[in-house]
Design a protein around this ligand. Structure first.
Ligand SMILES: Nc1nc2c(ncn2[C@@H]2O[C@H](COP(=O)(O)OP(=O)(O)OP(=O)(O)O)[C@@H](O)[C@H]2O)c(=O)[nH]1
Ligand SMILES: [Mg+2]
Length: 319
């Protein structure tokens, strides 16, 4: 990081501490913890009222700890979107679970989430068991209540030892039901603290990760259950240029890695149809994100068994 930026951050933090002293400003890090697919990332997007993290109906969509920032005049809540806990089948799966345990250890408040529509299973109980003795304040969210009856919610709740949680809140991450209540309960439990990020910042993800995730999301929706787990994407963003007609243009080159040659063929699709459609959808969303024209080139590569290789996980940024 250039020294100029660093000095700016130090100065910014001093200012933030002044705000805290004057106004009783509160802030803190809230870890979202749960089995894969329960709706953690959907919940964060709804809290922030914009899409900040990707969501899919496939397992282990989230692959990094991602800070997502909610700010109002009284508080700043930094939600840590974590990977979902899942029985690991390979080194990638193990690594993602490790990330969850780091978040459980480091967050100021723990927000555990279960999916009452799918029902509480062994995976949920495993997660809840790991956080039950943690010293942080803990809130339990019963998600996807838009899809179930009151009786079903009560039935699922009985499977959980709720006494470890200061609050149990039925929510719908999709419709926004009870999200204001969640925010109120979280803010009550925050300590006085600085504004770590300015009011406009909603995430601290590098653009390369956001772009790679958006492409992975579009691809995952077109692939069958296990295949999205075998995909990793590396992105290069060129400095902004201009189109022939003078419009701002960002050029993106993305390498889509699969684990097997057979998977490469599926990702490309018949006559390149899958890849073409993924590129089109991703470009549309990225033009909204960057606020300018976007040109994407997608290259599909095979890296045999990368999910089982430490060196490859490092290359792809999972370490
Ligand atoms: N009906 C309904 N569907 C939801 C709700 N919340 C999430 N979903 C759906 O559940 C699926 C998984 O959502 P995600 O937000 O990606 O889940 P996640 O917990 O972040 O998953 P991982 O990143 O894999 O851990 C998506 O298809 C969402 O649209 C909800 O409240 N109601
Ligand atoms: Mg997620």
């Amino acid at each position: 990081m250039p020294l100029g930026d660093l000095a700016g951050i130090v100065k910014f933090k001093e200012n933030a501490i002044d705000i805290m002293m004057e106004n009783g400003f509160k802030s803190g890090f809230v870890g979202l913890i749960g089995r894969t697919n329960v709706g953690k990332s959907t919940f964060i997007n709804n809290v922030l009222k914009q899409k900040v993290v990707i969501t899919t109906d496939k397992a282990q969509t989230t692959r990094q700890k991602i800070n997502c920032i909610y700010t109002d005049s009284h508080a700043q809540v930094i939600f840590i979107d974590a990977p979902g806990v899942f029985k690991p089948q390979d080194l990638l799966g193990k690594k993602l679970n490790q990330v969850v345990f780091e978040v459980i250890k480091d967050a100021d408040i723990l927000l555990a989430m279960v999916d009452v529509w799918a029902g509480i299973g062994k995976g949920d109980l495993f997660v809840l068991d790991h956080i039950k003795d943690r010293p942080q304040p803990k809130i339990l969210l019963l998600n996807k209540v838009d899809r179930v009856s009151r009786q079903k919610i009560a039935h699922e709740k009985e499977k959980i030892c709720c006494k470890y949680f200061e609050k149990v809140i039925p929510v719908s991450a999709k419709t926004g039901y009870n999200i204001p209540t969640c925010l109120k309960e979280i803010k009550k439990r925050l300590s006085a603290g600085p504004k770590y990020f300015d009011d406009q910042t909603v995430t601290d993800q590098p653009p390369e990760i956001m772009v790679a995730d958006i492409i992975r999301e579009k691809l995952a929706s077109r692939l069958l259950q296990e295949l999205p787990h075998s995909i990793s994407i590396m992105v290069d963003i060129s400095p902004e240029t201009r189109t022939k007609t003078g419009e701002r243009l960002v050029k993106i080159s993305a390498e889509v890695y699969t684990e097997k040659t057979s998977q490469k063929a599926i990702v490309i699709g018949k006559s390149g149809r899958v890849l073409k459609e993924v590129g089109k959808q991703a470009r549309k969303e990225l033009e909204g994100l960057f606020g300018c024209k976007v040109f994407i080139q997608l290259w599909v590569k095979v890296e045999q068994n990368w999910t089982k290789k430490e060196s490859m996980l490092k290359k792809f940024g999972y370490y």
